[in-house]
Write a protein that binds this ligand. Sequence first.
Ligand code: C2E
Ligand code: MG
Ligand code: MG
Ligand code: MG
Length: 280
Amino acid sequence: EVKRSGRGSVHNYDKMLLTEQERRLSVTQALRRALSADEFYIEYQPVIDATRGDIIAYEALLRWNSAVLGTVPPDEFIPIAEESALIVDIGEWCMRCACQTLHDHTEIPVTTKIAINVSIRQIVMPNFPDMVSRILTETGLASNRLVLEVTESIFEKRQTSQISAVLDHLHAMEVGIHIDDFGTGYSSLSRLHEIHVDAVKIDKSFVLSMDENARVVIEAAILIAHRFGLKVIAEGIETPQQRAELRAMGVDAYQGYFFARPGQLPCRDIHWQTDPDLPA
Ligand code: C2E
Ligand code: MG
Ligand code: MG
Ligand code: MG
């Protein structure tokens, strides 16, 4: 086997040193076959209501176990799938699988929702709302149990009027829209109330650091979101201190390892009971 060396960050793979570019190429090639080879599965992480302490939703998080590359984290393969347009088919598979799974778990209350991450690439597909409604019909899941998480990049795109028309359509279908990773990108705050958004998810980087700057961003995000009538979800909560502080700031819902790691449905061991501040 040839040992190749490259500049920048190198990944050790099969005793070969791959450059970043070579790694991307092998990920792209393996991704092309991943769907038909049935290499994807989904983990579910609960979202917990801040006042009642119950599970209000599960977020579907895509996992890839490649026969060639082993486990590849979503932060690595999602951007590559987005670049190559493979995200359209992968995203459709993920939505169908998650909707079916939630629907089939009849012990889960019908008020519990499923949150799916959706890429811009999918939203701007001409038939995106039709695809969503076909999945809801096929799986039997009520449309008001589906939430789509989109990032702030919807504000950067040139196709904003097209995107807001799609969000209008989804809203009319009673599908929820959440802005994911809020605070990390460019958000047109004035337009936050022009488009149909139900909640913002404060990015985990702010929750994890929780320094002075992060507090300012979180407080501002909560103020703006609440003034516009949106709910606020905080992700990445790992400690009881973070939870207590976010509760004091007025966050509506929590997500993070402190409560539960992503796993299989249904989630049976929520750790919030160990927190004396939470309702019994
Ligand atoms: P995200 O949507 O912001 O998802 C939250 C991420 O934070 C997940 O990482 C989750 O496992 C992680 N997380 C949750 N609680 C904690 C915590 O307490 N501490 C820390 N350090 N991390 C926590 P994951 O599963 O690696 O997903 C990464 C990103 O990949 C997601 O970020 C999302 O942007 C993307 N992604 C995942 N599945 C899909 C998908 O089906 N479609 C699309 N388009 N993107 C996806
Ligand atoms: Mg998300
Ligand atoms: Mg997020
Ligand atoms: Mg994220």
